[in-house]
Design a protein around this ligand. Structure first.
Ligand code: ACO
Length: 376
């Protein structure tokens, strides 16, 4: 029995928890950053421009972008204590756990992490937008027993990220892909990780704590962990397998098809077409073509059976595979892009200055007689 009979909105479905000016997820299949449709931004702006747009709520002028990009590249140089700490982390744990720890670690060394003034928050936001991808790249290098690299002054943040991660200078296609990939993942309304960040920020806790909450939330397979599971599924399907039968088998077992469905979209996720398009740029390669063909068949089969569409994570998996990212790192590429949305949302939450604290509908018991421990 419920005490106060408050209506429980299970999963907070359709609950608007706060106002935002940052991004609008249109259920009919569009996504806007500060009023700009992503379809109009993609391929026309570099990722740093989107990060600036989210942080400053306007597009930068050329000189502002140059200065912001320069600052980001400087901040990509990681402090020694982070590199040493990554080296000590177990190689067996998921790399996203290492990222989560190192972001928390950064907070220990920020002498004014409790200063929530606008200037301090912008400084910290810029640092985190640069340091999250730099940490991801360092984790990969260290796991490959290779030394972390130094960012190149003449590359922007996104190209440097791929360079630091792979240890090879990205070609023109790869550089263009990473900018578009990061743009598409930059922000997305009150998704679970952003909401987690905003709950933490709503207590006036510091930005590192809020981003640590966000990374922990992103990790789950119902959110940013889905793309890794997509690749597990693609690896699991052998060449001779009938895709329809495989999908039906999963549905019969009441399993969710990873990379499909979305809480917000009633139509196609607007990011999917761009990620599918990125994959199509690589179909001259045998592996990408085989994965792409499997994806198209899965997409058709799932739509036929469940009338649901792929979400951002479906083709993102194959896009990352095409640029040489191993699947354990997929959620970390997501985090390296979403960091720009997280910090912008954290700043917006500080401005809103309200504690996010819902109530619960208590359905437990009352009036139980206490029994001392010796008598239980
Ligand atoms: N596979 C099979 N059926 C699905 C899937 C799926 N991936 N997603 C939704 N459905 C079905 C549900 O079974 C349900 O069907 P029913 O009405 O016949 O019972 C219906 O679609 C509605 O689904 P809900 O679970 O109510 O949707 P919800 O909004 O709660 O969940 C979620 C959304 C978590 C994303 C879900 O679609 C899912 O688990 N997808 C797989 C994991 C995934 O890809 N996550 C990434 C999401 S995007 C992102 O975070 C970046």
């Amino acid at each position: 029995m419920s005490v106060n009979e408050k209506a429980v909105i299970r999963g907070l479905r359709d609950v608007a928890a706060a106002e935002t000016k940052l991004s609008y997820v249109d259920p009919n299949g569009s996504l806007y950053y500060l009023g700009y449709n992503i379809d109009d931004l993609i391929g026309r702006v570099v990722y740093a421009e989107v990060a600036y747009l989210l942080a400053h709520k306007r597009l930068p002028k050329k000189q502002e972008l140059d200065e912001f990009s320069r600052q980001l590249v400087i901040e990509m140089n990681l402090p020694d204590y982070i590199i040493e700490s990554i080296k000590k982390a177990p190689r067996t744990c998921p790399p996203i756990d290492v990222l989560r720890t190192e972001v928390s670690h950064l907070g220990e060394y920020d002498p004014d992490s409790g200063d929530l003034s606008e200037a301090a928050n912008f400084r910290r936001a810029t640092r985190l937008i640069a340091q999250v991808p730099a940490i991801v790249a360092a984790i990969n290098r260290i796991r490959l027993n290779k030394p972390p690299l130094t960012p190149k002054e003449d590359f922007g943040l996104a190209k440097n990220f791929l360079y630091l991660f792979k240890g090879e200078i990205p070609d023109e296609t790869e550089a263009s892909v990473i900018h578009r990939f990061m743009l598409l993942h930059a922000d997305h309304g009150f998704n679970a990780s952003t909401f987690a960040a905003r709950v933490t920020a709503s207590t006036n806790s510091d930005m590192y704590s809020a981003v640590t909450s966000a990374i922990g939330t992103l990790k789950g397979p119902l959110h940013g962990g889905a793309s890794e599971k997509v690749m597990d599924m693609l690896d699991d399907i052998d060449l001779e397998q009938d895709i329809d039968e495989y999908i039906q088998g999963l549905l019969d077992e009441k399993k969710k098809i990873m990379g499909f469905g979305h809480r917000m979209y009633k139509a196609q996720d607007p990011r999917t077409k761009h990620l599918r398009g990125i994959v199509e740029e690589f179909v001259h390669r045998e592996r990408s073509l085989a994965l792409y063909n499997r994806c198209i068949q899965i997409e058709n089969s799932v739509y036929e059976k469940k009338k649901i569409y792929p979400n951002v994570d479906f083709y993102a998996a194959v896009a990352m595979d095409a640029i040489g990212v191993s699947k354990q790192f997929y959620p970390l590429f997501f985090a390296s892009s979403r960091i720009s949305g997280w910090v912008a949302n954290i700043i917006e939450q500080y401005e809103d200055a309200v504690l996010l604290r819902p109530s619960a509908d208590y359905v437990g018991e009352f009036g139980k007689r206490f029994i001392p421990i010796e008598e239980r």
